[in-house]
Design a protein around this ligand. Structure first.
Ligand code: NAD
Length: 554
């Protein structure tokens, strides 16, 4: 990180405020945390994760956001448009302190060409999901979701464990880096192909990956040995997935499980074309972006074709939310959608119960605060063995990046109950400072994404994007501390709209009321969305939990 930018990213800790209240302080600390060098993938470029997912549009905007948050009164709201602060309004104490809209483009124009044109002219930034909405917590943010996916896959295909299986995937970036750890947590062996050696090294440093090699033969040998011994092992394999997968086929090697998490959603900045070094790719990207995109898309087509060939030979194959199938289809791979997305295949039942990637962060910076909240989960949700196992595993295996944080998939009712307990613990002084509570946009009722979260909806409503907008509005009304509406996210321009929310438990009575409202409406939207699409599990959950659905009443 360059010295001049590094000094702007200050990691505030402890109980001293640098703003006029804990809500503003939380936004400030989380913005800084998103750009912490241990958290962000490329902090000097303001890039947090997911290709070019940024926390602020440019350094001038970053400075102005920081200044605004420091000056913001407890009855004011700051509005941020694609990473640039644009206005401050007097609102009221229970209103959000920040409202964010990132990367939204009128639908008929919502493609990468329009975005890149606007980005070049300094009019827009790519907000991804939790990058531009300041609730990214490093690779942990995705580990449980990834673990849930692999655990469900193991249940459906391998009798409940990945022991004795080999998973092949690619992309060990900010989110994709969670895959090797999730596979080993589920007992399996993972070969993670990654073209950038520094990414592999980072996963090894943070214990998400065990070992690395640049030899395909060695990776296959080590993986097969571990598989035979029933040992869990993750191997970072240096190489380009679009070259390596066809080579695996030539060598007669077929994995048991196959997926991919390269940044394929972004053909220009996220995916590296076949046969190119990183430097060559960077030079071509600058010199001839059109040629780059052409080669990148052609490589993705080759990559997906190899996945289909491996699937035909028996590999359990799924898309991991990066839109690679769509690019391959556009490039003429007719069977690109023959393998399913991870949501319809493994995750949707959880969404029907309002479950999703709930997370919280200790603003104190003290890991002890998170340990205490872990104990709450183990005590309060002791009947949920799956959840308790997750917390124990996370305590043992997950290294914090930046502010200490925890992720765990909680559902409707559980989130509000947990929020109140946390607020009480802040009030009593048991926790040393307020806790900020949020979630990924990849949640049960906050995304419209026909190739991912809303793929293959029962009633065919995959492309309806009223839901994330309703989600954002109801969370703002309820008094979330900051609320965001984004476009593009994990699947790229034109393919998704999604909303985020973050809320502070500062121990006050007002926070208790806000938490009760928002942590109910937010997962409640997930139930409502899936009731509307006709899912029996969502209908049953709504009835059991008393979620009022007008079309089910009367
Ligand atoms: P990232 O940009 O931090 O990492 C992507 C990695 O892929 C980089 O390290 C890059 O070097 C590597 N890569 C690119 N082309 C490659 C190639 N041809 N062969 C091998 N490696 C290659 O992105 P991320 O945050 O890890 O996200 C990865 C993708 O997953 C994105 O498309 C993102 O939108 C999507 N995503 C999915 C989920 C989910 O739950 N399914 C969640 C978040 C993100």
């Amino acid at each position: 990180m360059k010295a001049d930018t590094m000094e702007k990213v200050v990691q505030y800790r402890g109980t001293e405020l640098h703003t006029k209240g804990w809500q503003q302080e939380a936004a400030l600390r989380m913005l800084m945390n998103n750009l912490h060098p241990d958290v962000a993938e490329h902090p000097e470029k303001l890039v947090v994760y997911g290709g070019i997912g940024k926390a602020a549009r440019n350094w001038e905007s970053f400075d102005a956001i920081v200044r605004s948050l420091k000056e913001l009164e407890n009855d004011e709201t700051l509005l941020v448009q694609s990473g640039k602060p644009v206005v401050i309004f007097k609102t009221h104490a229970n209103a959000p302190r920040v409202l964010i809209a990132n990367s939204n483009i009128v639908p008929a124009y919502a493609n990468w060409d329009t975005f890149h044109g606007l980005d070049k002219r300094g009019l827009m930034m790519y907000g991804q999901m939790t990058a531009g909405s300041w609730i990214y917590i490093g690779s942990q943010g995705i580990v449980q979701g990834t673990y849930e996916t692999f655990a469900e896959l193991a249940k459906q295909h391998f009798g409940g464990s990945l022991q004795g299986t080999i998973t092949v995937t690619a992309g060990l970036g900010g989110m994709g880096g969670a895959q090797p750890l999730a596979v080993t947590m589920a007992g399996g062996v993972c070969i993670g192909i990654e073209v950038d050696e520094t990414r592999i090294d980072r996963r090894i440093e943070t214990r998400y990956t065990d070992i690395k090699t640049d030899s395909l033969d060695e990776a296959i040998r080590l993986a097969e040995e571990a598989k035979a011994e029933g040992k869990a092992l993750s191997i970072g394999l240096l190489g380009n997935a679009s070259d390596i997968l066809p080579e695996m086929i030539v060598r007669g090697f077929n994995p048991d499980v196959l997926t991919d998490q390269t940044s394929a959603h972004d053909p220009l900045n996220g995916y590296i074309p076949s046969g190119m070094s990183l430097t060559e790719a960077e030079e071509l990207r600058k010199a001839d972006p059109d040629e780059y995109v052409k080669r990148s898309k052609a490589a993705m087509a080759k990559h997906v074709q190899a996945m289909i060939d491996m699937m035909d030979k028996g590999a359990v194959t799924f898309d991991y939310g990066n839109n690679i199938r769509q690019v391959a289809k556009d490039e003429g791979v007719a069977r690109a959608f023959d393998f399913p997305g991870f949501v319809p295949a493994y995750i949707r039942p959880q969404f029907c119960e309002g479950k999703g990637p709930f997370r919280w962060v200790a603003l104190s910076g003290d890991p002890e605060d998170i340990r205490k909240t872990d104990e709450v989960i183990l005590r309060e949700f002791s009947d949920n063995t799956h959840l308790c196992n997750w917390i124990k595993m996370a305590q043992e295996k997950i290294q914090f990046q930046g502010l200490p944080s925890r992720i765990c998939w909680l559902g409707y009712g559980e989130r509000a109950r947990f929020g109140k307990i946390i607020n009480d613990m802040v009030a009593s002084g048991e926790l040393s400072a307020p806790i900020v509570i949020g979630r990924d946009h990849l949640d049960s009722g906050s995304v419209a994404s026909p190739n991912r979260e809303t793929e293959a909806m029962k009633d065919g409503s995959d492309v309806v994007s009223d839901w994330p907008i309703l989600n954002a509005m109801i969370n703002a009304v309820g008094g979330a501390t900051w609320v965001s509406v984004h476009h593009g996210g994990g699947v790229g321009m034109g393919y998704s709209q999604h909303a985020g929310m973050v809320i502070v438990a500062d121990g006050t009575k007002e926070a208790e009321e806000r938490l009760e409202r928002v942590l109910t409406t937010d997962p409640g939207m997930g139930i409502a969305r899936h009731v509307d699409a006709g899912y029996d599990l969502a209908i049953q959950t709504a009835k059991e939990k008393g979620v009022r659905i007008p079309m089910m009443e009367g």
